[in-house]
Design a protein around this ligand. Structure first.
Ligand code: ASP
Length: 412
């Protein structure tokens, strides 16, 4: 075992201990643990600090390395196709399970008001999602960590860069160098992950009132939590892991990605986890062009866990209100949940907001979201973990479709 691998294994064990200790402390000490929140915020801010320069450098250098616009078009099209397909598979799994288990039937504690956070966003629609692709002000988008329009800009920029010949070379080298530097910083930040994740998990569980209070909430919607968790587990362990057959990686890839996966659980944000996802995938031996293009795109548009959760949650609400959902309505849920998940940002509880689109499409009451709120912070962590695993398997699989002629020179 190389010293680097043993260092990473030690860090992984420390991160796992941190997450477990966070759960235990949050469970038993309850609200007192809110006092460690600042440590979690510090870790999160350090990660967020790297996102913008890292994404800009990674996407531009990654896309430029693909060669020319036609190769980018083919590879980009395949990547988006792969992402839409796996997202749709997740929604399908969720719909099958929610029909079989029917977690909402018999639920009678119905709320009669729309939660405040949701009420303000009730008019969100598909055109908003399409408009999100472009920003009139790149600096505003960067300041708000609004990644999708930034990525779109970087794609256009890099595509143009490949057309200007030798004069583009120093620009590409600059972004290559910037990328390497940012990855080095991510490695340093990672050392703080065990403490950061401990603090985030403990403080959030403490904020929920500790173990007993949280358990009371869980019992109320136990069947719903079970259905979402089972679906996520099937998608994670069976579908996505089986798809790994199409890459040259076995189950060891899961170990390679573990530090990012636990961080996804800790932060409930695919975007904040992205720097670690990239670092782990590179260490797992994934081609840097795939890492730099597929992962940033995935962190913003590929949300398998969110899609599955939205489908189950919407059906749960329908069942709880006793509103029948036939094949036609479920087909609408299938399509809208897929699109709503693509439109969700990689930030905490974004899926709860884009679920409005699905509920509205099939005429269900937005008040239903109130039933899900108390336990959503926990399911959010679970679905973010699946989202990040979806991106990670995507990078490994899409590596096979990279243009062959300038095959990998592996560097960090
Ligand atoms: N928190 C999720 C993520 O960042 C999005 C969501 O489902 O709310 O991937």
């Amino acid at each position: 075992m190389s010293p680097q691998t043993s260092q990473h294994n030690t860090l992984l064990v420390a991160i796992l201990i941190g997450a477990l200790a966070g759960l235990l402390c949050g469970w038993f000490f309850g609200e007192a643990m809110v006092s460690v929140q600042w440590l979690g915020d510090l870790f999160l801010d350090l990660l967020k600090m790297t996102i913008i320069p890292l994404i800009v450098a990674a996407v531009i250098s990654g896309v430029a390395a693909l060669g020319d616009i036609r190769k980018l078009g083919r590879f980009g099209g395949l990547t988006v196709g792969y992402y839409v397909l796996t997202t749709a598979m997740a929604v399908f799994t969720g719909l099958v399970l929610v029909n079989l288990i029917a977690p909402g039937s018999g639920y009678d504690n119905l709320p009669d008001f729309v939660p405040e956070d949701i009420a303000g966003k009730a008019s969100i629609g598909f055109t908003d999602i399409i408009q999100q692709l472009v920003t009139p002000n790149l600096f505003n988008a960067a300041a708000e960590t609004d990644l999708l329009p930034l990525i779109v800009f970087c794609l256009i920029f890099a595509a143009a860069l490949t057309t200007v010949g030798p004069r583009g070379k120093p620009v590409i080298s600059f972004f290559e160098g910037l990328n390497e530097v940012m990855m080095k910083i991510v490695l340093w930040i990672m050392i703080l992950a065990p403490v950061g994740i401990f603090a985030m998990v403990a403080a959030r569980l403490g904020q929920a009132g500790g173990g007993e209070a949280f358990w009371q909430e869980v019992i109320q919607v136990g069947k719903y939590i079970f259905t979402v968790s089972l679906g996520l587990a099937i998608h994670f362990c069976v579908l996505l892991t089986l798809l790994l057959i199409f890459s040259n990686r076995g189950i060891t890839y899961l170990v390679d990605m573990s530090r990012a996966l636990v961080t996804a659980f800790g932060t409930s944000s695919s975007s904040a986890t992205l720097p670690l996802t990239m670092e782990c995938a590179l260490e797992g031996g994934v081609d840097k062009r795939s890492v730099r293009f597929v992962l940033p795109l995935g962190a913003t548009v590929n949300m398998d866990g969110t899609a599955l959760y939205e489908a189950v949650a919407v059906m749960f609400i329908a069942q709880a209100y006793g509103i029948p959902m036939g094949l036609y309505e479920q087909a609408i849920i299938f399509i809208t949940a897929t699109l709503a998940a693509i439109g969700a940002a990689g930030i905490p509880q974004a899926g709860l907001v884009t679920m409005i689109i699905v509920l509205t499409a099939v005429g269900l009451p937005l008040e239903g979201i109130g039933i899900l709120l108390a336990v959503d912070w926990f399911l959010d962590r679970m679905r973010t973990l699946v989202n990040v695993w979806g991106d990670s398997t995507g990078a490994a699989i899409m590596e096979r479709f990279l243009p062959a002629e300038d095959l990998p020179q592996q560097t960090g």
